[in-house]
Ligand binder design. Structure first.
Ligand SMILES: [Zn+2]
Length: 392
């Protein structure tokens, strides 16, 4: 007589339902039960993968116990001290299933060797997601201790790049960085709360804005999405507090929002530019005055708290009201749309090599820009256009 457990696993439609309903933790256990379950579970388990500081070694080495075993053990690697060059056949198969990969902040210097493995064996990745890991309700950890994280090697053939948990810090890529020709879609998800743009010593999101200028020029579409929550696909985020309700109501100075958005709307001056779609601007609370604190030594130096702040009225709003006396002067979202969607002045910027050296100049001009509501973004995701539910 067939034992009850084996009988269950011999009935295909029952196993299919089990695999479809199982979470990742369960799938990770099922994959070790039998060869037949391995064949059914490996693809759903490895199609969407999230790697971050706490699990990068475990993911690449399998686990610490396996690491201590010999090359004849069930480790995924032929030599646990040299995992970077020669994963076992089973691990190579698993890596080949990867289609969406999220990489969180990590300080592990091993990312260089891990990236080589992923570049070699994770050859079907279509969506690469940078997920900076939040360490509180507002800022995030730096993405990588290296200036250009070697994991960039992994997304050279990806169709889509996604930057999640952006805040006042710069994007984890060099200035005027060359997107691979295969990458057609770029999604940059921006916060909606003032605290997440405040920057070091309250200097604001200058670094974020600067790192957006002229990037992704060879893409077909750039989506900029205002989204209220951090991406919580990294488990540590669940332990963090949310922004206080009272702080969620604090509006952002419209010039700051307009300048960040304008930075995302520059493309190469002389050839076809990407279409930039900005979603959810209407969900951002705006104001047209701000307190201007004096700084001890230039615009990026610390605020001098001994000197009282002055009230600064928005230069962008003042210019708009003068140019369009018949339009609603208090519709601040329209002022931002006009500022961002209009013709931007042509600018030049230095292209930067990964080591920080300059590599010639780029001439940049405005891309075509359209605005859509957050409902339109969500509607697009629910139609299956998003790769992994709400976490585009
Ligand atoms: Zn790295």
């Amino acid at each position: 007589m067939t034992p009850p457990g084996e009988l269950f696993f011999s009935i295909d439609h029952l196993v299919d339902k089990l695999v479809a309903a199982a979470d990742r933790h369960t799938l990770a256990k099922l994959i070790r039960v039998s060869r037949s379950l391995y064949d059914r579970v490996s693809k759903p388990l490895y199609t969407i993968v999230t790697i971050w500081e706490d699990n990068v070694d475990q993911f690449m080495y399998q686990n610490n116990k396996a690491k201590a075993k010999t090359a004849n053990s069930d480790s995924d690697w032929t030599d646990d001290d040299q995992p970077t060059t020669s994963p076992r056949k089973t691990k190579r198969e698993l890596l080949s299933h990867m289609r969406v990969i999220s990489i969180g902040s990590h300080m592990s210097s091993a990312c260089e060797s891990y990236a080589e493995v992923l570049k070699t064996y994770a050859t079907n990745v279509q969506v690469f997601r940078f997920v900076q890991t939040p360490h509180s309700s507002a800022p995030c950890f730096q993405f990588c201790e290296r200036r250009l994280c070697p994991f960039h090697l992994c997304f050279r053939r990806t169709h889509k790049l996604v930057f999640r948990n952006c805040f006042c810090n710069k994007l984890p890529i060099p200035a005027a960085w060359d997107l691979d020709k295969a990458t057609k879609d770029v999604v940059v998800v921006l916060p909606v709360y003032l605290q997440r743009y405040s920057g070091r010593d309250g200097t604001g999101p200058h670094e974020l804005a600067h790192s957006l200028v002229g990037q992704f020029g060879t893409a077909r579409n750039i989506k900029v999405v205002f989204w209220p929550d951090w991406d919580n696909s990294i488990p540590a985020v669940n332990q963090l507090g949310d922004i206080n309700a009272i702080d969620k109501d604090e509006p952002m100075f419209l010039d700051v929002v307009a300048n960040v958005l304008k930075s995302a709307c520059y493309g190469p001056g002389a050839c076809a530019k990407p279409l930039v779609t900005i979603y959810g601007l209407e969900t951002v609370k705006l104001c047209d005055t701000t307190l201007a604190y004096q700084r001890s030594d230039g615009p990026n130096s610390p605020v001098d708290l001994k000197k009282p702040p002055t009230t600064l009225e928005s230069p962008i709003a003042a210019k708009f009201r003068k140019a369009y006396p018949n339009k609603d002067p208090d519709d601040l979202h329209s002022i931002v749309r006009q500022q961002v969607g209009g013709q931007l002045e042509v600018i030049t910027m230095f292209k930067q090599a990964p080591d920080g050296s300059a590599q010639g100049m780029r001439i940049l001009g405005s891309c075509q820009v359209q605005f859509k509501t957050i409902e339109e973004y969500l509607g697009s995701l629910s139609k299956g256009n998003g790769e992994i539910s709400e976490w585009d």
